[in-house]
Design a binder for this molecule. Structure first.
Ligand SMILES: NC(=O)N[C@H]1NC(=O)NC1=O
Ligand SMILES: [Zn+2]
Ligand SMILES: [Zn+2]
Length: 473
């Protein structure tokens, strides 16, 4: 193993299994890996006896590694919340082989070539999976095409902005005019804009008072402060600019991606309508919106606080249906951890606690476990977690078990159940803030390969951090 990059000391080998998920279907066979890439895929038992280095995983599933297009690793500046080493180790333990890091929660925010340089420096030699970066679209750079072009030239895969306060002082919100301007620059680069789509409006008596108009420990008080109409208002506004992305339109080539959709009613209907009329738009939701519902969140349990909020069980059901129908395109973690003190776990004040779910290492078993009821397939998992995220982030050599692609692979046992309790090795920096503790999940990750390096194997991580920073060109 080249200086500890891999737990498996070979660069030319075969991964065999009876369940390999390929774009042509699930096959029994072996994937040949050489120099970090997939060089051949052989079906059935053709491989037996012929090859020297075969890792035979039997009936375990071999899939492309997950690509998480929405993770907040908070290096540099807030490494005590999450850092590149801890965040990417957690990712590897969960079968994620690539993540695209959000431009905020680190300090300073990634909004310029100088701040991107700080990100890249912090990531180099401290990442266990591949990491790319989104840049921030903020009022300061939105009308400065030269600055945006410089940031895109420096390698961000696209831009991200907020239509409401982000909770981070040096990442102010944008309005439709900033977004329109950003999209016109992105069109030239054919890269996407990701938008946190909530527009704050005064909700009856709430928000006006410090206590939100109700008991701050009660989840329903928090839920009322961020109604579905906030998402709907943002998406309505966004669609006035996404019409420019239609073929022949002034921003043709640009693409708008709505992050972490929670409202599966009017907001989703608007997105469906925009897709029908040809706007270049996609939407993601996150496992926490698919696993939890407002009814079951205990009062004072701020581990579940996120924005937009987790809504009721009927909404969750509609999110699943939308995912199954293909109206929601993909999944992401929105891993947004902080330190336990800022989650106010003792106070349980939903209005003051940090909003963000900490979950990156559990997204595969969570999606699989909660999806059983809907009959989800391995192919759907790959589409939501690998193929479509790869396309959004412009990663043409990732997201599928295919010849020529990077050997980014997760090996897992969907049928193996485990309890997420204190005995479970969490691979998380601050286990007390994870919303999934106490759950029984199905789907155990056995091994994670990044560009052919075995970076995680049953509780153990490779010694050296040999993930690559991936820059857009
Ligand atoms: N700044 C930040 O990470 N915000 C995230 N947290 C959350 O719950 N929703 C978000 O957008
Ligand atoms: Zn967000
Ligand atoms: Zn986020």
């Amino acid at each position: 193993s080249q200086s500890g990059c891999s737990l498996f000391p070979h660069s030319h080998y075969w991964i065999a299994s009876k369940r390999i998920v390929t774009p042509q279907g699930i096959i029994s066979g072996a994937v040949e890996i050489k120099g970090g890439s997939i060089v051949s895929i052989v079906k059935n038992k053709d491989w037996s006896g012929k090859f020297k280095q075969v890792v035979d995983y039997g009936n375990a599933v071999v899939m492309p590694g997950l690509i998480d297009v929405h993770a907040h690793l908070d290096d540099p500046g807030r490494a005590e919340w999450e850092g590149f080493p801890s965040g990417t180790k957690a990712a590897a333990a969960g079968g994620i082989t690539t993540l695209i890091d959000m431009p905020l929660n680190n300090f300073p925010s990634t909004v310029s070539t100088e701040t991107l340089k700080l990100k890249i420096e912090a990531a180099e030699k401290s990442i266990y999976v591949d990491v790319g970066f989104w840049g921030g679209l903020v009022p300061e750079n939105a009308f400065n095409a030269t600055a945006l072009e410089a940031l895109l030239d420096a390698g961000v895969h696209g831009l991200k902005s907020f239509m409401c306060p982000s909770g981070i002082d040096d990442f102010p919100m944008t309005d439709a005019s900033h977004i329109k301007s950003g999209l016109s620059v992105l069109a030239k680069y054919k890269r996407p804009l990701l938008v946190h789509s909530e527009i704050q409006s005064v909700v009856e008596s709430h928000l006006e008072t410090e206590d939100g108009g109700g008991d701050p420990r009660s989840y329903s008080t928090y839920l009322k402060t961020r109604p579905p109409s906030w998402e709907e208002a943002a998406i309505r506004e966004l669609l006035t600019v996404t019409k420019d992305t239609r073929s022949g339109g002034p921003a043709e080539g640009a693409h708008l991606h709505v992050v972490h959709l929670s409202d599966a009613s009017s907001s989703l209907d608007l997105i469906k309508e925009a897709k029908r009329r040809g706007d270049s738009i996609t939407v993601e939701t996150c496992p926490h919106y698919l696993a939890f519902s407002a009814e079951e969140i205990p009062d004072g349990d701020t581990r579940f606080k996120c924005a937009p909020p987790i809504r009721d069980a009927a909404n969750k059901e509609k999110l699943w249906n939308a995912l199954m129908e293909g109206d929601i395109d993909m999944l992401s973690s929105d891993h947004s951890p902080t330190v336990p003190e800022l989650k106010l776990l003792n106070d349980g004040n939903f209005l003051k606690a940090w909003g963000g779910i900490s979950s990156i290492q559990f997204v595969l078993p969570v999606t699989w476990s909660y999806g059983q009821k809907y009959g989800i397939t391995l192919e759907q998992l790959v589409s939501w977690w690998s193929e479509r995220p790869a396309k959004l982030a412009g990663q043409h050599s990732k997201g599928a078990i295919a010849i020529g692609n990077h050997a980014d692979v997760v090996v897992w046992e969907p049928e193996v159940e485990f309890d997420l309790n204190e005995d479970h090795p969490m691979f998380v920096k601050n286990p007390s803030i994870s919303a999934y503790i106490g759950k029984r999940l199905s789907g155990k990750v056995l091994a994670t390969f990044v560009r052919g390096n075995l970076v995680y194997k049953e509780g153990n991580h490779a010694f050296a951090a040999c993930g690559s920073t991936i820059l857009a060109t």
